[in-house]
Design a protein. Sequence first.
Length: 209
Amino acid sequence: MKHLLLHYYLTNRCNSKCVFCDIWKETPKLDAKEDDVIRNLYSARKAGCSFVDFTGGEPLLHRSLPLFLSEAKKIGFITSVTTNCILFKKRISELDNLIDLLHFSIDSDQSEHHNNLRGVNCYDDVIESIEISKKYRLFPDLLFTYNDKNINEYAVASFGITKAEVKNGREIKIYVTGLGFLMSRVNVIPNNEFVKIAKKEKAKDEKAE
């Protein structure tokens, strides 16, 4: 069964200052209103959406995120949250049993590089959040955003890319060892070197079959 996905941007507030994103620069700072979100969730469900990803900005900055997740679950949505993990440790207890999928943003396997790209020191928060999420029976995927600062970094990742599959020209499904997580959503710039490498690997696999 294919799911129609609703990306819901809850806020333009963010506690990161990513070099590849301007959301954190936006003014005025706005949070989605509770009544609006709940009404839109019901409308989207009626329209056929079955999967909602709450994002931002940083969705964990919205105090009503547990309410939105609870309401979404009540009407049959599969739920996910995309986060930079800075507030994950603080808020996970409020979100227990409300999230089906987690997306953790990480843009380098080197802490200094990741922190430079994010504009704040949050690499350790991501690594710690991976371990914390397991205790809540959650297994996050890792969301990389490729940009001109890390575009070639993962042709050979230090923690071991074992397989890459190109999907629709913009996404790559990557299997890694070490951390043991499937990076099922990767934002990439089209036609970069990594995409070319992945396409070659896919062609090789298809030829072998």
